[in-house]
Design a protein around this ligand. Structure first.
Ligand code: BGC
Length: 282
């Protein structure tokens, strides 16, 4: 199959589940997967808090106006998720504005790649702080709000939904990225342990594990046709993922359509985790 054709293939249209009146915080909402999810949540009728860092204020304003232009409601919130005080302030601000929250999409994440022997403690700490500690801090704040409020049947069958953005590197080891892979492996047990603890309170916790998605974080993996061809050796479905592939999964996990689903890692990866090398070897 011609990879160039696949590179521009359109992903199917989607009927958004109804998230009317629900209030969602999307962390890292100014680019890539977070941005696509924030906009999709807005289209599904949710009120969207668009989390951004100090240097992505303008991008957040663009996401907010895109949601508003489509008839939705959005609010930009400044928060570095690795900072406990800033996380507390973000939740307080959204609750003050909209009374409560119903969904957390803990998406903020970054890569700082280096060979193990060259990796600095700062690179290690930065990635673990944002990708893993940031998810803990946001999930804890969300769970506290869900627990004190309980179920509002007019909104959802659950008292709240937490969606953790993980990665195929939750289970695929990744040389040259030990900090990132460790953070995603940590999210696996963080989200499943939270799911076990919170299920009796009707709070659902699930993870999404994206494979290679066309976003700024991995431009080098798809920008040139040579890189794209190499990447496709790892993707049996033979196309790169689009941010909308992930947004559709996030909407489903946030909606009552998945009401009996908790504690899963939903791999959205075109088969990247199917050990593609074994299709012709082993
Ligand atoms: C990483 C990308 C990478 C993909 C598949 C993601 O979690 O952020 O850089 O392309 O995994 O390896």
């Amino acid at each position: 199959m011609n990879n160039k054709v696949c590179a521009t293939a359109k992903v199917p249209q989607f009927n958004f589940p109804d998230l009317k009146n629900q209030r969602v915080i999307v962390t890292g909402a100014t680019s890539g997967i977070g941005r696509a999810c924030a906009i999709a949540f807005g289209e599904a009728g949710a009120r969207v808090a668009v989390d951004h860092t100090a240097d992505s204020k303008d991008d957040a304003a663009v996401v907010v106006s895109e949601i508003e232009a489509a008839g939705g409601t959005a609010l930009a919130v400044l928060c570095d998720v690795s900072d406990e005080n800033q996380v507390e302030r973000m939740f307080a601000k959204v609750v003050a504005e909209w009374d409560s929250i119903d969904i957390l999409l803990a998406n903020a994440g970054l890569q700082q790649d280096a060979a193990l022997v060259d990796m600095t403690l700062d690179q290690w700490n930065t990635v673990i702080s944002v990708n893993l500690t940031g998810q803990f801090l946001c999930a804890r704040a969300a769970a506290r709000e869900f627990l004190q409020r309980g179920i509002d049947p007019a909104i959802s069958q659950a008292a709240g939904k937490i969606i953790c953005m993980s990665s195929v590197h939750e289970i695929i080891p990744w040389a040259g990225h030990v900090n990132y892979a460790a953070s995603k492996g940590g999210i696996d047990m963080l989200s499943k342990s939270m799911a076990q603890e919170l299920a009796p309170h009707h709070i659902r916790v699930n993870s999404i594990c994206p494979g290679a998605i066309r976003t700024p974080i991995n431009t080098a993996a798809w920008k040139t046709s040579e890189a794209y061809e190499e990447l496709m050796k790892l993707v049996p479905y033979n196309r790169i993922g689009e941010p909308s592939d992930i947004a559709r999964a996030a909407l489903w996990l946030a909606s009552d359509q998945s009401d009996y689903v908790t504690g899963i890692s939903l791999f959205v990866d075109g088969g990247m985790t199917l050990f593609p090398g074994f299709a012709s070897g082993g």
